[in-house]
Design a protein around this ligand. Sequence first.
Ligand code: PAF
Length: 281
Amino acid sequence: MKDLEVFSTVRSLRERLESKPKDAKVAFVATMGALHHGHIALVKEGFSMAETVVVSIFVNPSQFNNPEDLEKYPRSLEQDIELLKAAGDVIVFAPPVEEVYPAEYQELELDLGNLETVMEGTFRPGHFKGVVNVVKRFFDIIEPDYALFGMKDFQQLSVIQFMVETLRVPVEVVGCETVREPSGLASSSRNKRLSESELKDAEYIFKTISHARSLVQDQTPVEVRASAIAYHEESPLKLEYLEIVDPRTLMPIEEWVEGARICIAAFCGGVRLIDNAALIE
Ligand code: PAF
């Protein structure tokens, strides 16, 4: 298997991208490393749309509101590169913090409205500001035609779509289905921090989603939410929030709407996990 091209500076990456044929499309997959099946699925999807796929590996400090979470975030660059080799000839961008945020970097101030105050926004103040800044910075560096994001981070996907529309960034944002383990647990870099018994406990999140799905026909969103919370409370996990929301506004709903989504965040031991799914297709 041949070695992947790995760049750590903006200038070397730009030179590489400028050397490709003018009409070759570029797809971009932003990651914080600790790659898993979900990321590989995004890369494969990227290759179905574009000749060149750039994968960034950068643990973005500005999106962590909790310093301990940042410190404990798994880092495994060599393993990540090995995994990516099997997905195709990707270009890896793994910059140090100073390349992403040089001294002259001007922070992007964008009012995200409700999108940054509900759910993740309530529990992780400043998180989406950090996400929007780093993703916009990567868009400016890479100038991709397509950018692929997993739907596991549904609120993040909504925020990025909002940023792209508001700032008229010329990129097509593509949301890709959540990849799940056979147990239903959503693939996540954070799963690497779970012990065997915690991995089993974490399955409760998807079981709660399935429980909610089984009630949709006969109950209102408010009733389904209450029942799903009660069901989840039987588990050893500590629920942070469980909401049933409109997929466009992310606001809680009282009547069913197309694409209504259940969104959950819960602690499994010391690891915070999130998941979501459509309840009505
Ligand atoms: O979803 C993630 O891993 C991160 O939030 C992202 C999009 C790579 C930005 O740092």
